[in-house]
Design a protein. Structure first.
Length: 247
């Protein structure tokens, strides 16, 4: 859990930079398109769309962009079809890596990701090669200075939360079934508890340790994958430590 949270925090900080140059808007547009395609264009009746819109608003994505993405998803506007895919593979040292992808051209995306894995000493695997090592969960991460652990636990227990635990970096992590993520998110909002991270992610069941130059190679792979336009989320079972970021 701690390793996953560390990577989630890295993604969160990096996401703010991406938003400034429009990359995050592009990724969120795809998330909105897929959500509207799967469940319709009404966010009140489509929880997944509601979350995608909330995520877009959180990075100041213009309302017109959001509406265009919804209309593309419902077929009211023409545009390339966007599909949701899951890529699995191994990084250096046998570290498991999963990429949640949304693309309008899998014939472009697949070789690009395969090349990226190979460039950093890993390899793209077959479907199911590492997914059994992960559980799909709703995830919240809070700063203990702004969120009391006892209050978080109370709200989590009342709204379908599964675990509330302190992490190695001092943050507090709350996990839940993906189906109750929005319900729990609304409950936290009603209590004026704002998470640093709110997502539905693949969380590793157990973490693995990799050290030295091999660990740095894994981080470079994860960062490169996360930067790809079609990659929505990257998950790993690497136990990420502060030492990995030292020169």
């Amino acid at each position: 859990m701690a390793g996953h949270s560390k990577w989630a925090n890295i993604q969160h900080r990096k996401g703010r930079v991406d938003a400034q140059r429009g990359k995050m808007w592009s990724k969120l547009s795809k998330a909105i398109i897929v959500a509207a395609k799967m469940g319709g264009g009404d966010p009140d009746a489509n929880i997944r769309l509601r979350k995608a819109i909330d995520d877009a608003k959180a990075v100041s994505m213009p309302k017109d962009n959001i509406q265009r993405a919804i209309k593309r998803g419902t077929g009211e506007l023409e545009g390339s079809d966007v599909e949701e895919l899951l890529y699995e593979g191994y990084g250096p040292g046998g570290v498991a890596v999963m990429c949640e992808v949304m693309t309008d051209n899998r014939n472009r995306t697949t070789p690009e990701l395969r090349s990226m894995f190979g460039k950093f000493g890993g390899n793209l695997g077959n479907t199911g090669c590492v997914s059994y090592l992960f559980d799909r969960k709703g995830l919240f991460v809070f700063d203990p200075e702004t969120a009391d652990e006892e209050k978080l636990t109370e709200i989590a227990l009342e709204n379908g939360g599964e675990d509330v635990e302190p992490l190695d970096d001092g943050k507090i992590q709350v996990t839940c079934d993906p189906d109750v993520h929005q319900t729990l998110s609304d409950a936290f909002a009603a209590a004026e508890l704002v998470p640093e991270i709110s997502s539905i992610s693949q969380i590793a069941q157990t973490m693995v340790d990799v050290e030295g130059s091999m660990a740095k190679s894994v981080l470079r792979l994860l960062e490169a994958l996360d930067d790809h336009d079609d990659v929505q989320n990257v998950s790993t079972n690497l136990n990420i430590t502060d030492e990995m970021f030292e020169d």
